[in-house]
Design a protein around this ligand. Sequence first.
Ligand SMILES: [Mn+2]
Length: 435
Amino acid sequence: MVHTNIYKTRREKLIKALGRGVVILKGAPEQIRTNDTEYPYRQDSDFFYLTGYSDPGAACIINPNDSDHPFTLFVLPQDPKKEVWTGWRLSFDETVKVYGADQALDIASFETESLAAMKSAAKVYSNLNHDRDHQHKMLDLVGQVRKEVQRSGGGPEGLESIGSIVHGMRLVKDEREIELMQKAADISAEAHIKAMKACQPGMTEFQIQAVLESHFVYAGGSGPAYTSIVGAGDNATVLHYVKNRDTIADGDLLLVDAAAEFEMYASDITRTFPANGNFSDAQKAIYGVVLKAQKAVVEASKPGVSFQELHDLDLRLLVEGMLEIGLLTGTADEVIKNETYTDYFMHKTGHWLGLDVHDMGKYMVDGDSIILEPGMVFTVEPGIYVNSKSKAPEKYRGIGIRIEDDILITATGNKNMTAAVPKEIMEIEALMARV
Ligand SMILES: [Mn+2]
């Protein structure tokens, strides 16, 4: 069932910000995987956010200047011969009803209708992310209209990314979005607990990946929200390790960064745990530093705090901890000033989360870091990565640790959406204990 009211509310909000602009959006194109077979289809996030439409071959026009049809959906027409292969398509009338559109038209008329809509618009907003063909098409059409209406003085002044309006809207999640994101987070949390329980030295990274991803699908998710990272030992120090082909050795730490997508919404969890169920002293030392920073940043996440302040706090605590355990030398101020910490901590503390795992939305506005508001969701994911080639004390080499939770800002503070997965050393060891 499509919750048409939610999408309608979003379009109304969008229209208020449009002025005399028109929104012309294309659904995501299908992508070939090999020869004539495609990757599983996933709708463009902005398009979905405003329409709720998730099938291929669609486009839409949101035009406040057209009082009869402010919202037109363009879809593939019914075609029994093709539908035998890909499934039944709704008729235009059914499309109008299911998606709350003012009219549904054949996708073949998208270009002509776009041209007509542009003529009365001061500006054209479109999705200008990845689909180059669509970008070029929009530029062509805007140019064409401007030529046609030159003498009457009308026509759009230019083409702008819909992101300039919609990405700001997407930053603050509504109730329904939070519900879906919590479901994605719950599925992912269950999968991480399963993976911890299943892990044994001698298993392969891909077998742990299979435990996680099978649960994502089993529990009703659409699959992983991003490519799963399952790295044992030194592989855990490679930030985007996705090969997942090695055997997990006794004494290794296993870093698992994997999470489900549920009804288009992402979650994002990382846990790091010992393959044999017990942390070594060196592993405990680094883990303790990351955990302390992670918990402090989660604790500090509340309305009124800036995203940058969270990163500064994270960095300060990681650096102090690394100095304490002898991973770095000097004073905290020197290390931060000279950026010598980047040998072991080289990414940001977190990112927005939503329809995209690295969700759209600005981090800075006019040179200032964004201030947290209720409804914003982001990850908190400090890490320390000491690869086997590093000059760190021998005992720390080959240890990579990241701990990541999904944080929702509430009116009074925050909710950790992924708190169900253990992260305390004793909790992890207890969960993994063989009885
Ligand atoms: Mn992340």
